[in-house]
Design a protein around this ligand. Structure first.
Ligand code: COI
Length: 360
């Protein structure tokens, strides 16, 4: 099925920034995609328009009850000028899983993919090509009905915006210092932790602020019931190399099912490395460190790809992992994954989707 997406081109083009000098997600391209929903017509009027502010009624439900979800993925420019997307189908499946959890109507994944591709093509001269850079794609849905009753909105907007980005951390891939958060929690099973919804990120800000004040980059989240089992690190999934096995918390309903997480598991298994998805407590991790068995730790996410953990502080106890250096496995995963994403290495998993119509 082909979808008819109307396109209104911008009459003025913005000046493109030097992505190595700007912070993550601070610059936006010339165009955006919009799709509207209302109870009578369903999703309608798909359109690409010049990037612009939107006007909403102050009573729009998103402002009051947080009915909103988002996704994040990237487009890469290869050395020979082709444009590649990394597993966009997975992001769109998750978009609908998040929609379902937040009582937002399903979006046709084929239409969303087509919209995303067309938008990137319209703004293709914004896809940077330098090592470590990409075009970050942010699809999101907001509830727009102006009504204060607590019930699912009857009106929504699905939008896609694009932002040229460099490395998530200004320093590139390097081990980060992590504060293990014992007071605040990010999510609980049965809540919305496994949905990519704004409230999960707002819930994390307080602990993040505290960690930053104490000189840490991110927090390690523990479960909301026992304050014991490891969940995520910052806004990423987390992996540990314990002896010769890799352990990552199992998806328990409060952890986001990361696409980088799934890709890392598949990649490690293809290398013959055993990956165990199970509950892992913070005590177990510190004990493994004391026995010399905690070899590496790293976070996985679209934004940072692989983020090695060099130090953990749990209630004043500090441990340094891998001498505070990027571990061998973290480096190998980073190089292999970014190599596939950038079209520099073979893609045995069929993860990469080439955008037809790119002008080299
Ligand atoms: C990611 O790691 O891709 C994230 O979800 C972070 C994003 C909220 C900036």
């Amino acid at each position: 099925m082909t979808y008819s997406i109307s396109i209104e081109l911008a009459t003025e083009k913005k000046t493109k920034p030097d992505v190595s000098k700007i912070s993550f997600g601070s610059s936006f391209t010339d165009h955006m995609f919009i799709l509207d929903y209302d109870g009578d017509r369903g999703w309608h009027s798909p359109r690409i328009v010049p990037y612009q502010p939107i006007t909403l009624d102050p009573a729009a439900k998103v402002f009051h009850y947080g009915q909103t979800i988002f996704e994040g993925l990237k487009a890469y420019r290869t050395e020979d000028g082709r444009l590649l997307l990394f597993r966009p189908d997975q992001n769109l499946k998750r978009l609908n899983r998040s929609n379902e959890r937040m009582s937002i109507p399903d979006i046709d994944e084929e239409l969303a993919l087509e919209a995303l591709k067309q938008l990137v093509l319209v703004d293709q001269d914004w896809v940077p090509s330098a090592e470590g850079t990409s075009l970050y794609i942010r699809p999101f849905v907001i509830a727009t009905e102006p009504l204060l009753g607590v019930a699912p909105s009857q009106q929504y907007k699905f939008m896609i915006i694009l932002s040229p980005v460099g490395s998530y951390y200004a320093e590139g891939i390097h081990p980060v210092r992590i504060h293990v958060e014992s007071r605040y929690v990010r999510a609980v099973a049965g809540g919305v932790g496994e949905a990519k919804t704004a409230g999960n990120y707002a819930a994390g800000l307080k602990a993040q602020e505290k960690a930053t004040e104490e000189g840490y980059s991110q927090v390690l989240w523990l479960d909301g019931v026992h304050r014991k089992y490891i969940e995520e690190v910052g806004s990423m999934n987390v992996f540990f190399k314990l002896g010769d096995k890799i352990v990552t918390p199992e998806l328990n309903g409060s952890i986001l099912a990361g696409i980088t997480r799934a890709s890392v598991i598949q990649m490690l298994e293809s290398w013959g490395v055993e990956v165990v998805q199970r509950r892992i407590s913070i005590e177990e991790l510190f004990e493994a460190h004391d026995r010399g068995e905690l070899i590496e730790a790293f976070g996985t996410g679209t934004a940072a790809v692989i983020s090695p953990v060099g130090e953990l502080n749990w209630q004043g106890r500090k441990i340094v992992i891998g001498g505070g250096q990027t571990g061998e496995l973290s480096s190998r995963l980073y190089n292999e994954l970014t190599g596939i994403q950038r079209g520099e290495r073979p893609d045995p998993f069929g993860w990469v989707v080439e955008l037809k119509g790119a002008e080299a």
